[in-house]
Write a protein that binds this ligand. Sequence first.
Ligand code: ZN
Length: 202
Amino acid sequence: MEEDNLKNLIKRLSKLPGLGPRSAQRAALFLIKNKEKDMLPLSKALYDVAHYYKPCVQCNNLTESDKCSICDDPRRHQNRLCVVEDISDLWAIERSGVFQGKYFVLGGNLNIMDGRGPSELGIDKLVKYVSLMCDTHTSNEIILATSATVEGQTTAHYIAERLQEFSIIISRLAHGVPVGGELNYLDDGTLALAMKARTPVG
Ligand SMILES: [Zn+2]
C-alpha cells in the first residue's frame, strides 16, 4: 500500500512541467527526507491554493476573493485594459512594471483544432467588460498582448473585430525587440514583426 502511494506521488510529480520520471523520483525522495521542513508545508500550500484560489469575476486572474487585487486597486488606470493569454503573461508584465492598467486573462488563444473557440476564451465576458468601461470612463485603450504565434495573432485579430463597435483605441504589443537589445542582432522575421507592430509614440 505504502509503495502504491509513493508510486502515485512520483507519477503525479512527473506530470508537472519540466519534470520527467527521474526528476520526479528525486523530488519525491527529497520530500520524504525533508518531511517536516518541506513536504508537509508543500502539502498544505497545495491544499490551500486548490481550495481558496479561484478566477477573479472581472478579469480571470487568480484570487482568494471575488475580485483580484489588481481589479480592486483604485490607483491603477481604469481606462486601460491589457488582454493576455495566460496568468503567466500577466505576471511577466507586472514584473516589468511597465503597465499600470487592468487586465483580462483569456486562458489561452483561439485554436479550433484544440477545441478553443470564442466561448472557451470568454470573449463575450471581455466584450461586456469593455462595454462597461466605455460607459464609465473616457479615452479607453485596449492593448492586445497575445503572443506572436499564428494563434496569438488570430486571437488578437478576432478580438479587435469584436470590439469594433466601441470608440476605443486598440493597440498591439510590438513583439521581439528586447529592452536594450540591438536591432542588428535580431533575426529578420522578429525584426519585421516588431516593425509592423510598431505603435505611435508620445
Ligand atoms: Zn481581476
